[in-house]
Design a protein. Structure first.
Length: 105
């Protein structure tokens, strides 16, 4: 493989690895797992209900939701002044399949 082709391949691989690590970091945090579990149980919920139900501070909850949004693990829908969160089940299924595939290797 030519050096320029090899460098392009490494850049693509690095971008893919960085995105994957962002997703794994988002999933791996116990509080984010708890938030995702609460969203799953309620299907669509606003931040107020999340932090009240889980006994968290609003700012902490918002930070964790931002990380989950950046990783595309949650979807948002605005209704008036409220933003409702739901899980991105398609993305979660893809991540789970990838983990299972690489766990078997």
């Amino acid at each position: 493989m030519a050096k320029s082709t090899q460098m392009a391949f490494l850049n693509v691989e690095m971008a893919s690895l960085l995105k994957s690590s962002e997703i794994m970091r988002a999933i791996a945090h116990p509080l984010r797992m708890k938030i995702m579990g609460y969203i799953d149980k309620n299907k669509s919920v606003n931040v107020n209900k999340i932090y009240n139900a889980l006994g968290l501070e609003q700012s902490i909850t918002s930070q964790h939701l931002r990380i989950l949004r950046t990783a595309d693990l949650v979807k948002t829908k605005r209704e008036g002044k409220f933003i409702y969160y739901s899980l991105n089940y398609d993305k979660i299924a893809k991540v789970q399949a990838m983990i299972e595939k690489h766990n078997m290797a």
